[in-house]
Design a protein around this ligand. Structure first.
Ligand code: C5P
Length: 222
């Protein structure tokens, strides 16, 4: 009996994180935030003073990552070697470093089994760049979530403002475009829709509209 998996891939800022956790909650399924694993690998590299281009050492860090995802007062936390890095791994700089280590093939291989281990009953929502193409190629429902770069920058800007962080919209747009380019052009597991993925452009959709649409698709195909 295959445990069902819903894969949600797409560029940064398309709403994958929010949508994935809402769907997982609604279905009572597990959630894999694969980007967090790349962010954590980069964070561990800084902590252990490993250079971001030392592929062998980074792969070793990735393979032995000591992470926990506890929930405290209903708020999900991320612990690296017992230390709270929930906020530290969410900065733009951390995303940029994650995208650098994610371009290294041995790092991706080192994280593959850990990601596949999240496929546990009753089901899994897997959020990332290569969930449908590489990690869960058999998933019965694959979604590719996109939005225009300017809309994604606008959403990210709002999110940062709400968190009390100052950032300029134009520099956010530049960062988003640079990260998209690196994620799409890398040779291993580049960001692209799986052949059997359904692409959903969320530029003009609200969060509840996207959640409803995906719930409908799951009921039909999941
Ligand atoms: O989704 P998030 O912004 O947290 O991902 C951070 C970076 O990790 C991405 O820019 C991408 O380079 C990398 N990533 C990846 N494969 C995944 C998830 C994230 O390469 N499945």
């Amino acid at each position: 009996e295959q445990v069902p998996v819903l894969t949600i891939d797409g560029p940064g800022g398309a709403g994958k994180g929010t949508i994935s956790s809402l769907i997982a909650e609604r279905q009572g399924w597990h959630l894999l935030d694969s980007g967090a694993l790349y962010r954590l690998t980069a964070q561990a590299a800084i902590k252990h003073e490993v250079a971001l281009d030392d592929e062998a050492a980074l792969a070793e860090l990735a393979a032995s990552l000591d992470v926990e995802f506890p929930v405290s007062d209903g708020v999900p936390q991320v612990l690296l070697e017992g230390q709270d890095v929930t906020r530290a791994i969410r900065t733009e700089a951390a995303g940029e470093r994650a995208s650098q280590v994610a371009a290294l093939p041995s790092v991706r291989t080192a994280l593959l089994q850990r990601q596949q281990g999240f496929q546990q009953p009753p089901g899994l929502v897997a959020d990332g760049r290569d969930m449908g193409t590489v990690v869960f190629p058999q998933a019965p429902l694959k979604i590719f979530l996109t939005a225009s770069a300017s809309e994604r920058a606008r959403r990210r800007h709002l999110q940062l403002q709400e968190a009390g962080v100052d950032a300029s919209l134009s520099s956010l747009l530049k960062e988003i475009q640079a990260r998209d380019a690196r994620d799409m052009q890398r040779s291993v597991a580049p960001l692209k829709p799986a052949d059997d993925a359904i692409t959903l452009d969320t530029t003009r959709l609200s969060i509840p509209e996207v959640v409803d649409r995906l719930t409908e698709l799951l009921a039909q195909r999941g």
